[in-house]
Design a protein around this ligand. Structure first.
Ligand SMILES: Cc1ncc(COP(=O)(O)O)c(C=O)c1O
Length: 428
């Protein structure tokens, strides 16, 4: 045998179908373009503000959690060491502290038994979709445009996503009812609808209170779950109650993340799944079984850091993020002001005005694709996210997403000025 031929070349067709899907390539492609133009001002990255990062805080948070174990849980040093160094329980070691945080910040009364701590939102949504996709008939509804993390998890779990239209106020509830009807007519079983009621990614839109109540009614009437993603809810003004806090029918599976309110480097999120499963136990217990075969448990060290942040801030991440939220609010205000100053009145150019979160949607009368992004980066020194990435490349070719989270006032002024240069040059 020729020793150079160790392995037959793998054909892509023999690998999982998700690997052929452009959605999987989206983020790599965007990062690759951004990487080639390091001097371009990035209004693309949805990363939290960095000025207050401090490695010393990580040590302080670990100390806070150790003190909590010693003083509130009466653990001795050997038990505490085991907690930090050993494998942990699959559901997580900070479920009780997360429950206290949810009560404090969101008015959600969660039994710690219904919480599973995960490796970010991403693992949480993967576990839920894996559990719900039981047969070929099972589908998920989601508003378009939608967060790429949801699209990716659906691809990896072979879950078909049925698009529901969005309006300027969030998911279109009339269309949701139509899609539920259509799916039933086709013999499909809609398991759940994914939704981000607060400051959605990519649109920045929030649902108003009557829409939240109506969504809950529709879910209860049709016997579907709502997968509520609340990654940004704490980072804004005029906050409304979460679906989970309004839910009286156990319709809502709540997907949490500490990426924007704790720190993305910890990679900690969680799911609250208090739905009873016939035969005993909670949906959370079933998700925990899946997790045991995926990541075994979320790093106890990462959980301890997040726990320390909760403990040091009286369980309120709204309070812990007061400085950051003020900066996001300022950045939204300044960016909207610059857009008005530089783009108002241009034919076919509009944008929305979110009251929180990281994102603004700009609509333009010309095609926004990855070639335009490349041109914007190379010739105008500005980066944004073409909206078609959130439509699976099927729509959204006249919109772009601006992210304000990493910017300073100077970068906002300069970034919007460069964007205005691009828009003006592209107008038909
Ligand atoms: C809508 C949405 N959900 C959740 C997350 C956080 O995901 P993770 O906790 O996996 O970092 C993000 C981050 O970009 C997001 O935009």
């Amino acid at each position: 045998m020729d020793s150079n031929v160790l392995f037959q070349q793998l054909s892509k067709e023999t690998l999982h179908a998700s690997l052929m899907d452009p959605a999987i390539e989206s983020m790599n492609l965007l990062n690759e373009i951004a990487g080639r133009y390091p001097d371009a001002i990035s209004m693309a990255a949805g990363r939290p503000y960095e000025e207050f990062f401090d490695v010393g805080l990580i040590h302080d948070y670990l100390d806070a959690y150790r003190d909590h174990l010693r003083e509130d849980r009466a653990m001795d040093e050997a038990e505490i060491s085991r907690m930090f160094f050993q494998y942990g329980t699959t559901k997580g070691i900070i479920c009780d502290l997360i429950a206290r945080h949810l009560a404090e910040d969101e008015n959600i009364q969660a039994d710690p038994e219904s919480v599973v701590v995960t490796v970010g939102f991403q693992e949480a949504v993967f576990l839920v979709l894996r559990a719900l996709r039981a047969s070929e008939r099972d589908v998920l509804l989601a508003p378009t445009p939608t967060y790429v993390g949801l699209t990716g998890a659906a691809l990896l779990t072979d879950t078909p996503v049925w698009p529901v239209r969005s309006t300027g106020d969030g998911i279109d509830l009339d269309d949701l009812e139509r899609q539920l009807e259509r799916a039933r007519e086709q013999g499909l079983r809609v398991r759940a609808c994914y939704v981000t009621p607060d400051f959605a990614n990519p649109t920045g839109i929030s649902m108003d209170l009557p829409a939240r109540r109506r969504l809950l009614e529709i879910a209860a009437a049709h016997g579907i779950l709502l997968l509520e993603d609340n990654a940004y809810g704490l980072l804004g003004r005029d906050r409304l109650p979460t679906l989970k806090s309004l839910d009286r029918s156990a319709s809502v599976v709540y997907l949490g993340s500490f990426a924007k309110t704790g720190m993305p480097g910890a990679r900690v999120g969680y799911v609250v799944a208090d739905q009873q499963v016939a035969g005993g136990g909670l949906l959370a217990d079933e998700l925990s079984k899946l997790k045991g075969m995926l990541t075994v448990n979320t790093s106890p060290i990462a959980q301890a850091v997040v726990a320390g942040k909760l403990l040091r801030n009286g369980f309120s991440l709204a309070r812990a993020n007061a400085r950051e939220t003020a900066i996001y609010q300022r950045n939204l205000r300044l960016t909207l002001g610059e857009l008005t100053q530089r783009l108002a009145g241009l034919p076919g150019v509009t944008w929305n005005a979110p009251t929180g979160g990281f994102f603004i949607t700009v609509t333009v009368p010309f095609v926004v694709d990855d070639d335009l992004l490349e041109h914007a980066a190379r010739d105008h020194g500005v980066l944004f996210t073409p909206m078609h990435h959130f439509y699976g490349g099927k729509d959204g070719f006249h919109q772009l997403r601006l992210s304000i989270s990493l910017l300073t006032p100077h970068l906002i002024e300069e970034g919007v000025s460069r964007l205005a240069g691009l828009v003006t040059a592209c107008l038909p």
